[in-house]
Design a protein around this ligand. Structure first.
Ligand SMILES: C[S@@+](CC[C@H](N)C(=O)[O-])C[C@H]1O[C@@H](n2cnc3c(N)ncnc32)[C@H](O)[C@@H]1O
Length: 231
């Protein structure tokens, strides 16, 4: 993907009063800016105070899946990278409500973070759930899942680690499959919807509007231990 074509449009969305209060209180504890991380420290072992397999979710949205899956896997550390501040604020509240200590939030572009800071072979799991579909043909270049980005993501996954994708757009599912199948480091394909993946509002809307949801699961080839989060 060209560095000049972002996969998102960053509308300056206002936080509600409650979100702003949560932000002021909790962001300094759980959040970091991608720009600061890229310019300085990226050290999840220091952030979490332990060494644990690392899960990265790209585009955590309102954080429903993120918080539930971090709660369900306390033995893993989780990073959520997102540009949408109200969503990050909601996720901060979920962190507080659930008392999570294994989830850190990163505000900014996941592609920049991966390209410039995340070490090769360092992630156990990467999740991309319901990425923006960019349905208009002239916007397709903005889609996150395309050859250059998948090659970047695959390079950051540890041998035996997994890339889990979900979308309710049939042609995007086809694109995901074509792109991932073509990457020599990945093996896998379409899987049944895992029951442990929480239903977010995007999936709920797809159901109401009669669109099927497609899950795709790929493993990084190699001899590393398979991730036990990949079912
Ligand atoms: C359609 S939403 C899905 C949110 C969530 N995964 C879910 O299933 O509910 C896609 C999200 O990805 C975020 N996003 C898109 N490109 C991104 C990027 N390069 N880095 C970080 N977040 C990104 C958008 O801001 C948006 O919140």
């Amino acid at each position: 993907m060209s560095a000049t074509i972002p996969t998102f449009v960053h509308h300056r969305s206002r936080l509600t009063e409650g979100q702003q209060r949560a932000w002021d209180r909790l962001w300094p504890v759980h959040g970091r800016d991608v720009a600061d991380v890229v310019a300085g420290e990226y050290d999840p072992v220091v952030w979490f105070g332990r060494e644990a397999p690392l899960v990265l979710e790209i585009g955590s949205g309102m954080g429903e899946s993120t918080a539930a899956l971090a709660l369900a896997a306390p033995e893993h550390d989780h990073l959520a990278v997102e540009v949408f501040e109200p969503g990050l604020a909601q996720l901060l509240m979920r962190i507080e409500d659930a008392g999570l200590t294994n989830l850190a939030l990163l505000r900014g572009d996941a592609v920049t973070l991966l390209r410039e800071r995340v070490p090769a072979g360092s992630l156990a799991v990467v999740r991309i759930f319901f990425p923006d579909p960019w349905p208009k043909r002239r916007h397709r270049k903005r889609r996150l899942v395309q050859p250059e980005t998948v090659a970047l993501v695959a390079s950051r996954i540890a041998p035996g680690g997994t890339l889990h994708l979900a979308t309710d757009w049939a042609d995007y599912a086809t694109q995901m499959r074509t792109v991932c199948d073509a990457d020599p480091r990945l093996e896998g394909g379409v899987v049944a919807r895992p029951p442990w993946r929480p239903v977010t509002k995007f999936e709920e809307r797809a159901r109401i509007e009669g669109r099927d949801v497609h899950d795709l699961l790929y493993h990084l080839r190699g001899d590393g231990p398979p991730s036990d989060l990949s079912q």
